[in-house]
Write a protein that binds this ligand. Structure first.
Ligand code: AMP
Ligand code: GLY
Length: 426
């Protein structure tokens, strides 16, 4: 079989490495892919993840048997709809279902209508009314741009002055473009955060191993929000009791709600949860695999990934038992110095060839220079994942490998997994 994966980050590298384990896979094409992915797939740097027409043409002309659309933008733009129209089977939600991530107003209204636990909220399309509301609110409060904003569209003002600045930046200065035409203002919730990715064919659901992201740039959860500086799986806060409550009150009701709205969700649905004193609540949905959650979740998947994805496509997931390895995984992101602000590019990367067998380096922001050398080209450059019998051993091995990888300005958080270890001891 020939496969096509749309995207070019660490998440896509993790998906590709897992798909390659299936013996019936011949060639995997990555559009656009990246420097490190080129060791595992045929990369096509000229075709970006948002070039929907070119992606469809490529799939038709390269006898693609199955496609995986990984990033949010092409999903929201209808890449899966167009591929299906062209007769190419693929994994991922159609554009209507992708609204669960692409529009916070859609997802909040869905949760309200179907009684799915989430933060209380109001929607505004007029900055003056938003400001009037904020003058009566208590702080901190949460202000979210409606649309996709590279994970940066959530602001948590601590007082009225910051809240006014947040509304101005999103709605008037259009910091996130048209994504800020409408905003959601919601109640500030507290509690441990858990990410649960789940395979679903619209009716059946197979939750993956839970995980914990580390979104802030600095140690101790300080500094700016990033796409994610590291992850661990499983998340020790996600006990079997919490999992059962989430299944009953959140996962199954969400699938039923999407069916009832005429847009059944088929693909990977990402539940961003907060375990509040009043029980688990949805912070956000994503219509795709998380990054860097995928880099700790898929290494623990025992069942063949392509088999699971095809069962999602054919709506037979309920007939399949999706199995997971025991143990744990940890991923430490190596970023370019300066990220998530400005950072240099083109720095040569050296990855030792004798890393231990339980360590995998997922390439996110790099490319092959003209002389064939691997150089940095993005903020998050590499994700170093280790699997182990315990979280402690996985973290130790991921950090040991991360130390041995070099590029100028390499930056990493030193405390990935610290909170999870404390919770395990807790
Ligand atoms: P999101 O992009 O929706 O994942 O939001 C980014 C981060 O903002 C989340 O991971 C939470 O840490 C935080 N956040 C979002 N919504 C809330 C909320 N209602 N209460 C507290 N924190 C929140
Ligand atoms: N790591 C968070 C996300 O993928 O949205």
């Amino acid at each position: 079989m020939n496969l096509l994966v749309v995207g070019g980050g660490g998440r896509e590298h993790a998906i590709i490495k897992k798909l390659k384990e299936n013996p019936s896979v011949n060639t995997i094409y990555a559009l656009p892919g990246n420097g490190g992915i080129a060791a595992d797939a045929v990369c096509v740097p000229e075709i970006g993840a948002k070039d929907i027409a070119k992606i469809v043409d490529f799939a038709k002309s390269h006898s693609i048997d199955f496609a995986v659309v990984a990033p949010d933008d092409p999903l929201a733009l209808g890449c899966v709809d167009r591929l299906h129209e062209a007769g190419i089977p693929c994994f991922g939600p159609d554009a209507k279902a992708a609204r669960i991530e692409a529009s916070k107003v859609f997802s909040k209204n869905l949760m309200k209508k179907y009684g799915i636990p989430t933060a209380r909220y109001e929607v505004f399309d007029d900055p003056a009314r938003a400001l009037a509301y904020l003058r009566t609110a208590s702080f901190p409060i949460v202000v979210k741009a409606d649309g996709l904003a590279l994970g940066k569209g959530v602001l948590i003002p601590q007082n009225l002055q910051e809240a006014e600045a947040a509304v101005k930046s999103i709605m008037e200065d259009k910091a996130f473009g048209d994504s800020g035409n409408e905003i959601v203002i919601e109640e500030f919730l507290t509690g441990p955060e858990v990410s649960v990715l789940a395979f679903t064919d619209g009716t059946a659901i197979a939750p993956m191993v839970s995980s914990m992201d580390h979104k802030r740039a600095g140690d101790g959860d300080t500094g700016l929000n990033t796409g994610g500086m590291g992850t661990v799986a499983p998340n020790p806060c996600y006990t079997p009791e919490v999992a059962a409550a989430c299944m009953e009150k959140i996962f199954l009701p969400t699938l039923a709600a999407m069916r009832a709205e005429g847009c059944p969700f088929k693909g990977c649905l990402y539940f961003g949860l907060m375990l509040t004193p009043d029980g688990p609540k949805v912070i956000e949905y994503n219509c795709r695999f998380g990054d860097p959650e995928t880099q700790v979740v898929l290494p623990l998947l025992k069942t063949d990934l392509l088999t699971v994805m095809r069962a999602v496509k054919s709506e037979t997931l309920g007939d399949l038992t999706v199995e997971w390895h025991d143990g744990a995984a940890a991923c430490v992101i190596l970023a370019s110095g300066g990220y998530p602000g400005n950072y240099p590019k083109g720095k040569e990367i050296t990855v030792p060839e004798d890393l231990p067998g339980n360590v995998t380096v997922y390439h996110a922001g790099d490319k092959l220079a003209e002389d064939g050398k691997l150089v940095t080209s993005g903020g998050r450059v590499l994700g170093v994942t280790a699997v182990g019998d315990t979280l402690e051993s996985a973290l130790k091995d991921a950090y040991a490998a991360a130390e041995r990888i070099a590029f100028e300005g390499k930056y990493l958080r030193r405390d990935i997994g610290k909170r999870a270890l404390a919770a395990l001891e807790g």
